[in-house]
Design a binder for this molecule. Structure first.
Ligand code: NAD
Length: 395
């Protein structure tokens, strides 16, 4: 039987096709907005374009972006708007303001929306495109690491609703994605870490080589995505994207609720909500990876050396595996009920069994409150010892 789902790599383009009639390309193109770079032009020529950018992108790149569109497209074919992109602004009002701008500009059904920004902006532009005249093609140009390896490459769109994250949304595949590594050079190290946590996740669950690459480049990765480590980022991004797409392509609509990519996403919703989203998603994912790994160790599923490599990598990249103000095990344990509800009455906790391989714990009963408590206590000791050693070596 022919396998209709595939992810194929042709030079700098990653082609994704699923049996559910989903087909789009992710183009890894550096300096996308250099005037003579015609990749975006070739994809959008003869289209009317509503370009939506975030305030940050406006501040940092508007001159370049405006010049690019002015140089390559007729003036009446392009309108550029800027929207606010905090989690508070990730709402229907903002999405409708995109639709309104599209209507005022007279976008026809052959037109494109183009989103240039982080995951928040891309989720909103995708949602607006999925509703505008029922369905409009759109292009994603992610400007964060999380956007380039996660939020920008799937088919989910969403807004927050009544204190619940991503509660309303749709599945709407992009027409194309353009990942430009040069846009990451202005990204704050904390935002880079958030993306790195998601990349480490992919390494742990399916790709030992990816994990080892991050291990070998760990000293420079978390600082900046500059000329020095741009190539390292390019390589790990590419690997993580292919790994992610291989997971998504067979399950774009999440019919199967056993998803390996949910590794790091069982305890993290609690951590984010409890801290009122002051702990960023990626950093919460890193903590969740640590908790899940420690649980796996306590259950005898992963050996000590693999566990320590995982914990060390997170800590080496400047992320925490324990926080006394957050790790209230009673509350964390209780939060698992919501996870079970979200995953069709199963916990489906993903735990690593070695680097590059993971399994599910389906039932919540397998994890007792005592086991969770022990895992958190072990992480506290591990982090304290790790940090004391660091101080000792730096003296
Ligand atoms: N649709 C999906 O499948 C999916 C997957 C993962 C995450 N998400 C969503 O994505 C969002 C998180 O995305 P994110 O981490 O990109 O957050 P974000 O969009 O808030 O961007 C993070 C920060 O980086 C800034 N920024 C963006 N580009 C920059 C650049 N090039 N240089 C400097 N600063 C820049 C932003 O202004 C913001 O302050 C969440 O809302 C999450 O729910 C969606």
């Amino acid at each position: 039987m022919v396998n209709e789902n595939f992810v194929k790599v042709y030079n700098s383009t990653i082609v994704t096709k699923s049996s559910k009639d989903i087909f789009f390309n992710i183009h890894m193109i550096e300096n996308l907005f250099s005037l003579e770079n015609n990749h975006l032009y070739d994809t959008c020529r003869d289209k009317k374009l509503l370009v939506v950018i975030s305030e940050t992108v406006h501040q940092l790149y508007s001159e370049k972006i405006y010049k690019y569109f002015k140089y390559n497209f007729p003036e009446d074919a392009v309108r550029i708007i800027t929207i606010k992109t905090t989690e508070e602004n990730k709402n229907m009002d903002n999405v409708l303001s995109i639709c309104k701008a599209g209507k005022e500009f007279g976008l026809d059904r052959r037109a494109f929306m183009i989103g240039i920004g982080g995951g928040i902006l891309l989720d909103m532009v995708g949602f607006a495109a999925s509703m505008y005249k029922r369905k409009l093609n759109y292009i994603r140009i992610p400007t964060t690491l999380v956007g380039q390896i996660d939020a920008g490459i799937g088919i989910k769109t969403s807004v927050n609703f009544r204190q619940s994250k991503n509660f309303i949304g749709s599945y709407h595949p992009p027409f194309a994605v353009f990942n430009d590594i040069s846009l990451l050079k202005t990204l704050h190290p904390e935002e880079l870490k958030c993306g790195l946590a998601e990349i480490i996740k992919m390494g742990i669950i399916v790709d030992k080589e990816l994990f080892e690459r991050i291990e070998s480049d760990k000293n420079t990765l978390a600082e900046q995505c500059d000329e020095v480590n741009k190539n390292s980022y390019q390589k790990i991004n590419h690997m993580a994207i292919v790994d992610m797409l291989n997971q998504l392509v067979v399950n774009f609509y999440e019919d199967d609720l056993e998803r390996l990519v949910d590794f790091g996403h069982t305890f993290s919703p609690f951590i984010e909500e409890f801290t009122n989203y002051e702990v960023k998603h990626g950093l919460a994912v890193a903590m969740d990876i640590a908790i899940s790994t420690e649980i796996s160790y306590l259950l005898g599923k992963i050996d000590q050396s693999s566990k320590e490599r995982i914990l060390n990598l997170i800590l080496d990249l400047g992320m925490d595996i324990y926080d006394s103000s957050i790790y209230h095990t009673d509350l964390i344990y209780k939060s698992l009920d919501n996870v079970v509800l979200h995953r069709g009455n199963n916990l489906n906790l993903v735990i690593p069994i070695q680097i590059g391989e993971a399994r599910f714990i389906k039932d919540k009963e397998t994890i007792s409150k005592q086991l969770l408590k022990q895992a958190c206590e072990n992480l506290e000791v591990y982090q304290d010892e790790f940090k004391s050693k660091r101080i000792l070596f730096s003296i």
